[in-house]
Design a protein around this ligand. Structure first.
Ligand code: IMP
Ligand code: MG
Length: 187
């Protein structure tokens, strides 16, 4: 159980939040990622973009708007965090109605790769369940310093050190996802 009163973050003054990546920086980097992803996949075949709820929603919407590859957008929900801070390493798909992905190109999209548990487990599940033509993993943020697995996103927007981030999909107990930038609260 998280001690919300102790952490008190939703009541923090939003003016204390330091912007790490501005709306403009995210937009520019997302454009670069879209171009790299377009180059990676054939332009005459559908690409199944699998967005991991809820954190990647803002990122995936902006990313696909900038892509030229014909895409099919799908969403999955996973349970990975025992609480909001520590990845349990026990990742399960808890809600998904994705179509058969045999012989398809697939891009998994998440907000952040932290321990790497989510990415590793999902890549494994997809590889086990389907014969996928080409499978890639993109995240907006790469927190490589926290990695406990051997997974690394094929594409990522920004690398950060060990900060707890909020905004642009990233939440703290459900708050701050709607900020148009990524920030953090300095101690
Ligand atoms: P991983 O399985 O440890 O790589 O973590 C992936 C998930 O942890 C992300 O999809 C986020 O939901 C969450 N997460 C990790 N770091 C942060 C953070 O700094 N802010 C908000 N959520 C985070
Ligand atoms: Mg998430």
């Amino acid at each position: 159980m998280i001690d919300i009163d102790f952490l008190n973050m939703p009541d923090r003054d939003i003016r204390e939040l330091q912007v790490l990546f501005s709306e403009e920086e995210i937009d520019k980097r997302t454009q670069e990622l879209a171009e790299m992803i377009d180059e990676e996949f054939p332009q005459d075949e559908p690409l199944y973009v699998i967005s991991i709820l809820k954190g990647s929603v803002l990122f995936v919407c902006d990313l696909i708007k900038k892509m030229k590859t014909p895409i099919q957008l799908e969403f999955i929900k996973v349970s990975s965090y025992g609480n909001e801070f520590k990845s349990t390493g026990n990742v399960k798909i808890i809600d998904s109605k994705i179509p058969n992905l045999n012989d398809q190109n697939v891009l998994i999209v998440d907000d952040i790769c932290d321990t790497g548990n989510t990415g590793k487990e999902l890549l494994q599940i997809f590889k086990n369940d389907y014969h996928i033509k080409k499978l890639k993993f993109v995240t907006l943020i790469n927190k490589r310093c926290n990695r406990t697995t051997d997974v690394d996103p094929d594409f990522y927007g920004f690398e950060v050190d060990d900060k707890f981030l909020v905004g642009y999909g990233l939440d703290y107990i459900g708050f701050y996802r709607n900020l148009p930038y990524v920030g953090w609260f300095p101690q």
